[in-house]
Design a protein around this ligand. Structure first.
Ligand SMILES: Cc1ncc(COP(=O)(O)O)c(C=O)c1O
Length: 408
């Protein structure tokens, strides 16, 4: 497949070897690999356009600011925001989620109010809400998942009340790899007057996002999971929320005017971007999102679906393997596979796979309440990106079977 070879050539790490074996990188849900276009942009920003943004009038600073703001436009277009003014840059998804917890919480959450969070959330979309509830005397409520990992959305009418100030849910769980019915969730929540925050850390990688069609109030993600430089993150919020929320941090660039007695704040999104941002990293979102669009279309997307279908079937046939996040239809699943194997500890399997050149994740995947829900101490997770080939998928399955045999 010529196109695939060209794509893979753009990700130099795919040529690496570990223990003398070709690296098969299946830890993409933790962080993606970086293409040359992103590293070239990163380097260019560091070596040619290193100046602080939004400040000086000199040529280099103007160019740096331009590139930074072009990234805001590219993000807005990529996720279908109404305006680039609805895009706030942060240091990552976790920072974006904490920003909302702090600022939305400050303005809109009081004692006795409720925050509804899905049981399958990453700690980054749970702990900030726990902290907010503890601080405000609010109540954290849980939208549970069923045995297959599906959100029990039929419970929403009874879980949502006039006291529910925000519903927080991922569009795709980093453990279960299921596409949650976010549009339906938003509709139901809005009918009850409750805004919705969608954690898009995984969803942004697997499929196109249209925040206006979703009608979500907040959408967050990290750059590093979608091929951009680490230390970059995005908070999309409807303008009305950005205007109503107080700032996150105080400092340079988030102000309109400062006197000794107090300050007035800049208009959004700058109100939420205090201090020097990631001036070399943020512009890499432009080539990164271009790469995401290339990988999400045509031949490459078709082969990614074929890989997903193959792995799903192959894992189902392994005796004693328990898959978490069982789709009713294949299209509900993204290629994130978390499982346990009877008689073989996930950590041991991960170590053996590593020796065979296969990089996977093992443990709690920052979702301890979900582990508790399923009564396990951890899982093994293989997460694929569109640049992973069918050959790699076959090698993974064969290596897994070998590792299981070694442990049983
Ligand atoms: C669903 C989800 N939410 C939030 C995060 C946190 O992202 P970061 O560590 O990049 O801030 C992750 C990372 O794995 C994730 O998968």
């Amino acid at each position: 497949m010529k196109n695939m070879e060209n794509i893979r050539a753009q990700f130099p790490q795919l040529q690496e070897k570990v223990y003398g074996k070709a690296l098969v990188y299946l830890d993409n849900a933790a962080t993606s690999l970086r293409p040359r276009s992103v590293v070239d942009c990163w380097q260019e920003m560091a070596f040619r356009y290193n100046a602080n943004v939004h400040r000086a009038v000199h040529k280099t600073a103007v160019e740096a600011t331009l590139r930074y703001e072009q990234a805001r436009k590219a993000v807005a277009e990529h996720i279908g925001a109404a305006s680039e003014k609805e895009i706030v840059f942060t240091s990552g998804d976790t920072a974006a989620l904490n920003l909302v917890a702090r600022c939305f919480g400050e303005a809109f959450v009081g004692a006795g109010d409720e925050i509804l969070v899905a049981q399958s959330e990453h700690h980054s979309n749970l702990v900030p809400w726990q902290m907010l509830c503890a601080q405000k005397g609010a109540v954290l409520r849980c939208l549970p998942v069923d045995e297959n990992g599906r959100l029990q959305t039929e419970l929403l009418p009874q879980l949502l009340s006039a006291r529910t100030k925000l519903l927080c849910v991922a569009d795709v769980s980093n453990v279960l790899g299921l596409r949650n019915p976010v549009q339906e969730i938003v509709r139901t929540a809005h009918e009850k007057g409750c805004p919705v925050l969608v954690d898009g850390a995984q969803g942004i990688v697997h499929g196109s996002i249209d925040v206006q069609a979703l009608d979500c109030d907040f959408y967050t993600f990290s750059g590093h999971k979608v091929y951009a430089a680490p230390g970059t993150g995005v908070l999309y919020a409807k303008r009305k929320w950005l205007e109503a929320m107080p700032p996150f941090m105080g400092g340079g660039e988030m102000i309109e005017s400062v006197a000794w007695k107090g300050a007035t704040y800049a208009a959004p999104p700058y109100k939420f971007e205090a201090g020097t941002p990631n001036i070399a990293g943020v512009p890499t979102l432009v080539p990164a999102l271009e790469m995401a669009q290339t990988l999400g279309a045509g031949e490459i997307a078709l082969q990614a679906d074929a890989v997903r279908d193959f792995v799903l079937e192959a894992l189902r046939e392994i005796p004693g393997l328990r898959l978490f996040g069982v789709p009713s239809e294949k299209t509900e699943k993204v290629p994130i596979f978390s499982f346990t194997v009877e008689g073989a500890h996930h950590e041991d399997l991960a170590l053996l796979l590593d020796k065979m050149g296969v990089a996977v994740r093992s443990g709690q995947m920052c979702a301890e309440p979900l582990m508790t829900r399923f009564g396990v101490t951890g899982m093994l997770r293989a997460s694929f990106a569109p640049y992973n080939t069918m050959q790699e998928a076959e090698y993974f399955v064969a290596s897994l079977k070998k590792a299981i045999d070694m442990l049983r």
